[in-house]
Design a protein around this ligand. Structure first.
Ligand code: PGA
Length: 240
């Protein structure tokens, strides 16, 4: 596992985008799993800038959404899909056939998990998996206690995630379960990245860095993932 610290959020975002772009540049059809949430917005900006400047072509990428809240899809303001539509897919006019995303409004959630697991398995693993980190150490919606060997599954959200998750929505929103890529996807990805910025993430980043791999701290799977990166800005890395 490699830890990289950058002076600012802007630099962190640029370097993370560059790492992703470089890693897939020779792949004929890369499978790129990206998180929504506030952390990766700077990376999305860089990708959009590069495509608009003619420096990057993502027409052969398949975008895989990391997770979604149960009961939601792109039509709910604040959902994972809606945030990624706004910051990435719409600015880049990505067609629907290049997007694989959980739809939490559909009854066949297990089916969706099975399908995405199969897609990733057929591809030989994700090329990129970019995740943020929760204050409780979750990645995606893999909450503390999730087995390290799980693929896509339905997750019971931790209380902290339900409370902190309110920040994405215009008003108080009932959250209880979600659908998420699994920790095993992270471990098997060619380029797994945990990205964090800001002072608020300093404690959890230091805790993960110092931890043994233990299921009560999902992000500690990085210690069983030699090819993984933890990318942070100076504030998030201040307790390392
Ligand atoms: P954030 O969320 O990027 O909005 O901080 C990260 C997470 O909870 O996984």
């Amino acid at each position: 596992m490699t830890i990289q610290t950058y002076a600012t959020y802007e630099e962190l975002s640029r370097k993370t985008a560059d790492l992703i772009i470089e890693s897939v540049k020779d792949k004929p059809n890369p499978l790129v799993c990206l998180a929504s949430g506030h952390t990766p917005i700077g990376v999305f900006k860089c990708l959009v800038e590069d495509v608009k400047a003619g420096k990057l072509d993502v027409s052969n990428w398949t975008f895989v959404g990391l997770d979604e809240w149960n009961g939601m899809n792109g039509s709910t303001k604040g959902s994972c899909r809606q945030m990624m539509d706004e910051d990435l897919f719409e600015p880049l006019s990505i067609p629907e056939n290049q997007i694989v995303f959980f739809d939490g409004t559909q009854p066949n959630v297990q089916d969706q998990c099975d399908k995405v697991n199969e897609l990733i398995h057929q591809h030989g693993g994700l090329d990129v998996m970019l995740v943020g980190i929760g204050l409780n150490g979750h990645i995606g919606m893999n909450e503390p206690g999730t087995a390290f060997d799980t693929f896509a599954h339905i997750s019971q959200l931790a209380e902290e995630t339900i409370t902190v998750g309110q920040k994405y929505f215009p008003g108080e929103t009932k959250l209880s379960t979600g659908i998420t890529m699994g920790l095993k996807h992270f471990q098997e990805a060619r380029l797994p990245i945990i990205m964090a910025n800001g002072e608020k993430k300093a404690d959890i980043i230091a805790k993960v860095a110092a931890s043994q791999p233990i299921e009560s701290l999902p992000a500690s799977i990085v210690h069983m993932t030699p090819q993984a990166y933890i990318m942070v800005d100076r504030a998030a890395g201040s307790l390392l």
